[in-house]
Write a protein that binds this ligand. Structure first.
Ligand code: COI
Length: 363
């Protein structure tokens, strides 16, 4: 019963009077379109985070002079929770996500938050909205924690006031292709991030800046952009909403975290699994030329992306300066399939979690 929900860090819970769950078609989940009944909120003012609340999901007022609307001082996370059985929902790697959340806060001059409140907020939200966690294989409850600057001041400096919210949404596959191979192209004149900039944190502006190149890639018939480094336009960094991996011979090569690449949580899982399975694993610079050479000499076996929203996403085609790499465009490669199976088996509680990645919540 809703009134009995207890939160260990004293989050005040205002339950909704009427659930909107009947609006959701659980057989046709579109990524990020429907939001669960409740949301978490905590405000920062007078130099401290104030009392946290959970309340019905809904719109709220923002002053037109709000810093975030003009200067984009905002960070977010993307994570998922999975239906295991009628008693349990698994949150995937909440500690790792929270570490990255705070890492993003530090870069963006936003006050950090405690893991205690974060995990309590997630557990309380999941217990309240457990019926929103979709049950079908391939679906999940997407969790979006975010913080934005909410000062009523046009000065271009860090805000003194912030709003921290967490919303959740039942989701299916991120790409229209599902788990089928996607196609990538390198942008002709755009870059995503430079070392020393904000590419290695999850801040709103990084995504806004990628929309035009992504749109242009779509117009040319590609699913996403494959970003190269900003300085030499030579080394591969990441894909629009994922990190990228190359299986060359028996070596898994992943672009190293050079300061402009987002340290993906699923990226970390893929690397840990590859090591566990005895592959050679290299996190290092990899040039687009090296990938084309491996393709030409036959050693490029697979290319795939990894990310929370996309999980593991095989790449079937890469276009760069008029040349193309064409891999299997119909189905995922063996290695990508194995990673996808292992990660999702752990997430849904079908396989033992030897890495301690899942945080079970009893519902
Ligand atoms: C995620 O994978 O969770 C992301 O944050 C990507 C998002 C922009 C859809």
């Amino acid at each position: 019963m809703m009134n009995e929900i207890i939160s260990s860090t004293n989050i005040t819970v205002h339950p909704t009077e009427e659930s909107r769950i009947h609006e959701v078609d659980f057989n046709n989940l579109v990524f990020g379109k429907k939001f669960s009944d409740h949301m978490f909120e905590m405000k920062f003012s007078e130099g401290v985070w104030q009392e946290p609340v959970i309340k019905p999901f809904g719109t709220f007022e923002v002053t037109p002079a709000s810093n975030v609307l003009h200067y984009g001082q905002a960070v977010f996370e993307g994570m998922k929770a999975f239906y295991v059985d009628e008693n349990t929902v698994n949150i995937y790697r909440p500690e790792t996500h929270h570490e990255r959340f705070n890492h993003s806060c530090r870069r963006m001059c936003i006050p950090e938050t405690s893991y205690e409140t974060f995990i309590d907020a997630l557990e309380t939200l999941i217990r309240l909205d457990h019926q929103w966690v979709p049950k079908k294989n391939g679906t999940a409850l997407y969790i979006r924690p975010f913080i934005f600057a909410s000062d009523n001041l046009l000065a271009a400096r860090s805000s003194d006031k912030f709003t921290y919210q967490i919303i959740t949404s039942p989701v299916g596959a991120y790409y229209a292709e599902g788990f089928n191979p996607v196609s990538l192209t390198t942008p002709e004149k755009y870059v995503r991030a430079v070392v020393g900039g904000t590419g290695n944190v999850k801040t709103a502006g990084n995504y806004a800046a990628s929309f035009l190149p992504a749109q242009k890639a779509k117009e040319k018939g590609f699913t996403q952009v494959l970003w190269l480094d900003a300085k030499e336009q030579k080394y591969i960094e990441e894909v629009g909403t994922m990190n990228i991996h190359f299986l060359i011979g028996d070596t898994l090569i992943t672009p190293g975290l050079n300061g402009s690449i987002l340290p993906g949580v699923t990226r970390r899982s893929v690397i840990a699994l590859a090591k566990e399975w005895g592959y050679n694993v290299e996190e290092r610079k990899i040039s687009i030329d090296e990938v084309f050479e491996a393709y030409e000499d036959g050693s490029l076996k697979e290319v795939f992306g990894s990310g929370t929203a996309a999980v593991v996403s095989p790449v079937g085609l890469i276009e760069h300066n008029g040349k193309t790499i064409e891999l299997d465009r119909e189905k995922p490669g063996e290695f990508a399939q194995k990673c996808f199976d292992e990660i999702t088996d752990i997430q849904y509680g079908r396989k033992e979690d030897q890495f301690g990645w899942v945080h079970p919540v009893s519902i």
